[in-house]
Design a protein around this ligand. Structure first.
Ligand code: CA
Length: 428
């Protein structure tokens, strides 16, 4: 890592934008995540970076020749910017860090430019940050795979023999990935009730969440050319929070032999801000020990997990307070993002800029650290009590689920913002 990049990550760095210096802000000057936004004054979606309570309009700064995005900022998605490559993302981030740092007067003291370049986040509408050519979902938490295997198959053989040899995954549905805030309709589908011979067609009765993160591919690979594990992180632009909504009753009937289909394909929600791997660098840490040692193509030296605190809250319709239903950490994931990408491409599968790769449900070892209601309520048998009374086994119409994530630094935190969605009733 070069000195200019290191300088953007210093814990003591402050911004002249005061709200960015609040230790509770998700968006201090050390973060600088990228997204696509619009506002009442300019309804055209365009690229921005979050800083404190504000969004920096990147196209305005480019017009003022303060940053260089090669004309890609005035776009409804970040794909063209991301395709410019890692050096350009870094150069833009380094330039922004300097412009926003305490003591830099260029933007701070230019009232006209400041008025045009800074948009209050509360007035902005966030859009899907990237066009997603493909969405893949992995299954890389040992605790989650063990819990689901116990419930859906057999507690004695919960973890299948392939699980500790390869990052299990499947090709998901990119077309139904939506941005945080989009309402999610309860799906209808085939459900097989235990005492009936044939399935019924019904609204899902076991609607669930999956707490995940996702990474966005920043540099693709050609068909037939695998990405080596050691190089894989250079192919990642950044990370988002991801809720892989799941219809458990539909899933349990349909998933044999090819895996989930309608139980997952109705919606996947992601957070709007993409946190770059550069911003996450200070929070790099070791993955859990891997036993047996993975095959050679899945090996990498050094630390490849990130210390990201995660939390899920549920707020019933009309409730004042939300209930925290899970707290866990991304660092518990058995397989790293690099190993997932290396495995995904090892047979020659190509990836493209903007591809979304879900981590798999992130569960810890205890019921309050499970990333799905399926696990925390043990398939509905042990409902969760809610703060304002009542309980939940699975989601009811009107429930709002919010995922949050952050890396805790010294006096600041690199946050992901929110990944939220409310449940609408099924179509009649
Ligand atoms: Ca999933």
């Amino acid at each position: 890592m070069n000195d200019a990049l290191k300088a953007t990550l210093v814990a003591a760095l402050k911004s002249w934008i005061e709200s960015a210096n609040d230790p509770a802000s998700d968006f201090p000057i050390q973060n600088l995540p990228f997204g696509i936004f619009s506002d009442a004054i300019n309804a055209q979606p365009r690229a921005g970076v979050a800083i404190g309570d504000w969004i920096v309009d990147l196209s305005v700064l480019e017009d003022a020749r303060l940053i260089d995005g090669h004309g890609t900022f005035n776009a409804t998605r970040l794909n063209d910017f991301i395709a410019l490559g890692q050096q350009t993302w870094r150069d833009v981030r380094i330039a922004l860090s300097a412009l926003l740092a305490q003591g830099n007067a260029t933007l701070r003291d230019d009232a006209d430019l400041r008025r045009r370049a800074l948009v209050p986040r509360k007035d902005a509408t966030m859009h899907l940050p990237v066009e997603i050519p493909g969405y893949t979902d992995f299954y890389s938490s040992r605790e989650h795979a063990t819990n689901v295997g116990s419930m859906f198959r057999d507690p004695k053989n919960a973890l299948l023999p392939n699980w500790s040899e390869l990052p299990v995954g499947y090709n998901g549905r990119a077309s139904s990935v939506v941005v945080s805030g989009t309402k999610v309709r309860r799906p209808n589908g085939q459900i097989k009730l235990p005492n009936d011979e044939r399935p019924v067609f019904s609204a899902c009765r076991k609607l669930d969440i999956e707490l995940e993160t996702g990474f966005i591919v920043g540099k693709g690979n050609a068909l037939g050319e695998p990405i080596p594990c050691e190089d894989a992180e250079a192919h990642i632009f950044g990370m988002v929070l991801l809720n892989d909504w799941s219809a458990r009753d539909i899933q349990q009937w349909e998933y044999v032999p090819l895996g989930p289909f309608n139980s997952k394909g109705f919606a996947t929600t992601i957070s709007p801000w993409i946190i770059t791997l550069d911003a996450l660098e200070p929070f790099r840490t070791a993955t859990p020990a891997q036993e047996p040692q993975p095959l050679a193509y899945l090996r990498h030296e050094g630390d490849h997990a990130f210390d990201i605190e995660l939390e899920v809250t549920l707020r019933p319709e009309g409730a004042q307070r939300a209930t925290t239903i899970s707290r866990t950490n991304f660092r518990l994931m058995y397989w790293s993002m690099a190993q997932q990408l290396a495995h995904h491409t090892v047979g020659g599968c190509n990836t493209r800029v903007g591809d979304l790769m879900g981590s798999g449900t992130i569960s810890g070892p205890t019921p309050d650290s499970c990333g799905s209601l399926l696990e925390s309520t043990w398939n509905g048998q042990r409902p969760i009590e809610l703060e304002e009374g009542g309980e939940r086994a699975f989601l009811l119409d009107g429930d709002e689920i919010t995922l949050r994530g952050w890396c805790q630094g010294e006096g600041y935190r690199v946050g992901f913002g929110e990944c939220a969605g409310e449940i609408l009733p099924a179509r009649g």
